[in-house]
Write a protein that binds this ligand. Structure first.
Ligand code: SF4
Ligand code: SF4
Length: 304
């Protein structure tokens, strides 16, 4: 059996590919996007986490933990987790009356996961949907991903993978035969800024994208419009030039509006939300403007 670590399963998803989809979120990501919509998916490890806003400070968790992994901060209110002592037995999670303690992921076999996904096959068939692997970066767990995708394809379910392509070529080769559609994120065009802001080189991503196209894989590029990071005229113009020169069969580009709701996740778990200004969604005129910048730079097919 092949096991993987996931942190969410979203059924009836409408924005992760065509039709009605089940999106499976795999843990672990090589990038460090400051605006990450799924911060619980960055670490490949499963951690116990505490949500201050849900805690009623009853202290049950501290007294029940057999390993002394939980304690009160000086204020006597905040719960401190010593991750070196915690062995993830889950006693505190079970006993917490308000679900303020939870794990940020779970281990699951590919077979079990595929079985769960295939229960929604009727919705995929009637809507032209399927399964989408997302994350994190799903191709970090390439063998688990490949097995889930293989079983889905064997059962005639359409498969998509949402990826940064910031992975070794071998990870792409592991899944290539089982993927109907690659949804490839493109974020920051300038190599130096890419490294500074996202913590990873852009060159391997470019090479992997060009490799996918040379193998005639179905690719749709996705650009998330993040205020001050990706959604600037200069960045979109540079991305547009790059995409416009990708070859005779240019992939389509989907623009994804900024989603300020992600701030909730950061607030619940007491983390600072990194987007400080202009946290509104872009209006239709602004989206049209960004699409126009891409078009002028050479992008032929844009989905907004
Ligand atoms: S058991 Fe839950 S509600 Fe009670 S102190 Fe611990 S985290 Fe807070
Ligand atoms: S999961 Fe178990 S070991 Fe970890 S903090 Fe909770 S009770 Fe203690």
């Amino acid at each position: 059996m092949t096991f993987g670590t996931i942190f969410d399963v979203k059924r009836f998803a409408l924005h992760d590919g065509d039709g009605i989809r089940t999106t499976l979120f795999l843990k672990g990501c090589p990038l460090r996007c400051p605006w990450c919509q799924n911060p619980e998916g960055i670490s490949p490890k499963i951690h116990l986490r505490w949500a201050p806003s849900k805690c009623i400070h009853c202290g049950i968790c501290v007294s029940i933990c057999p390993l002394g992994a939980l304690s009160r901060e000086k204020s006597r209110l905040d719960i401190r987790i010593d991750h070196r002592k915690c062995d993830s037995n889950g006693l505190c999670v079970e006993e917490c009356p308000t679900a303020a303690l939870s794990f940020n992921g779970r281990r699951v076999s590919a077979e079990e996961m595929a079985e769960e996904i295939l229960r929604d096959r009727i919705f995929f068939e009637t809507s032209g949907g399927g399964i989408t692997l997302s994350g994190g970066e799903p191709l970090i767990q390439e063998f688990f991903a490949a097995e889930v995708l293989r079983i889905c394809r064997e059962n005639s379910v359409h498969t998509a993978v949402e990826t940064t392509l910031s992975v070794p070529r071998s990870a792409i080769d592991a899944v290539m035969n089982y993927v109907n559609l690659f949804l490839v994120d493109q974020k920051i065009a300038d190599s130096e800024s890419h490294r500074d802001i996202l913590g990873a080189d852009r060159d391997p991503i470019r090479r992997n994208l060009e490799y996918l196209l040379s193998r005639r894989a179905q690719v749709r590029i996705r650009i998330a419009l993040i205020p001050e990071y990706t959604a600037t005229e200069g960045n979109l113009r540079r991305l547009g030039h790059y995409i416009g020169n990708l070859g005779p069969v240019q992939p389509s580009v989907e623009l994804l509006n900024f989603n300020p709701l992600a701030e909730n996740k950061y607030r619940i778990f007491g983390q600072p939300w990194p987007i400080s200004r202009n946290t509104e969604r872009f209006n239709p005129e602004e989206i049209d403007y960004f699409a126009g910048v891409l078009r002028k730079a050479g992008v032929k097919r844009i989905v907004t």
